[in-house]
Ligand binder design. Structure first.
Ligand SMILES: [Zn+2]
Length: 246
């Protein structure tokens, strides 16, 4: 592709030089350079203003946070030893429109390969993600703090969040960047009568539902992750974790 693009920029410039009959003169060289610069510039602007095609080469951007933005508003109790292990990564996935989108995740640096393998497997079967945006995004804030409830209600997939486990005091594996929640509204947490996000139902046939034979599940389980859909005392269909060996 770079060769093709190079030719499309170069040949019109050459044609102008030849047609004008002053090829080789300093003015011609200058004209060619100007034409080339203008076309590259036009192409650059066109790409910014135009719509992404929704392909692997030209994905629709769902999230493009900076490192500073991704950790802005982090719970001040989070130890630096945990914070410094977290990686902000880009992931590619199909969304509900059948196009490739690019989102971001914050995850422990040791698990980046596992996560990219899971997203590659998900793309193979065109598994749809509603969105994959770090939970620090302003739209998932409540009273200035990162809010899992708002992310879940939006069916947003996320990983790192310095917080306790649902209904308990102990730190969640999300607090270490060692857990991911996938399409939480499609894959709710269910414990007795408690359903999170509230009102969600689990239909294994729904688009974006995680099941035992989803490519994501098979890939992550193979890599040593646990899936909350197999737990006995509760079902956490959205949740995968790979705890540190303790
Ligand atoms: Zn979770």
């Amino acid at each position: 592709m770079p060769h093709y693009r190079g030719c499309t920029v170069y040949f019109p410039a050459l044609a102008i030089m030849v047609l004008a009959g002053f090829a080789g003169s300093p003015a011609a060289v200058q004209a060619a350079q100007v034409t080339q610069a203008a076309q590259v510039n036009q192409a650059g602007e066109a790409k910014q203003a135009g719509e992404a095609r929704g392909t692997l080469d030209d994905p629709i951007i769902d999230s493009e946070m900076t490192e500073a933005e991704a950790f802005e508003g982090l719970d001040p109790r989070c130890p630096e030893a945990i914070r410094s292990r977290q990686a902000l990564i880009e992931v590619l996935y199909y969304s509900g429109d059948g196009k490739i989108h690019q989102g971001q995740l914050v995850i422990d640096r040791d698990l980046v390969r596992d996560i990219q393998a899971a997203f590659a497997a998900a793309r193979e079967e065109k598994f749809p993600f509603t969105s994959v945006i770090p939970i620090s995004h302003p739209k998932f804030r409540k009273n200035g703090r990162w809010d899992d409830g708002l992310s879940m209600a939006a069916n947003n997939t996320s990983a790192f969040n310095y917080r306790e486990i649902t209904g308990g005091k102990r730190l969640s594996n999300h607090a270490y960047g060692r857990a991911i929640d996938i399409n939480p509204a499609t894959n709710p947490y269910i414990r007795g009568t408690l359903v999170l996000p509230p009102g969600a139902t689990y239909d294994p046939d729904a688009p974006g539902a995680v099941t035992a034979d989803s490519a994501i599940t098979m890939t992550l389980v193979e890599l040593g992750w646990n899936w909350g859909g197999t737990w006995d005392d509760r079902k956490d269909y959205q949740h995968f974790e790979k705890p540190l060996e303790r």
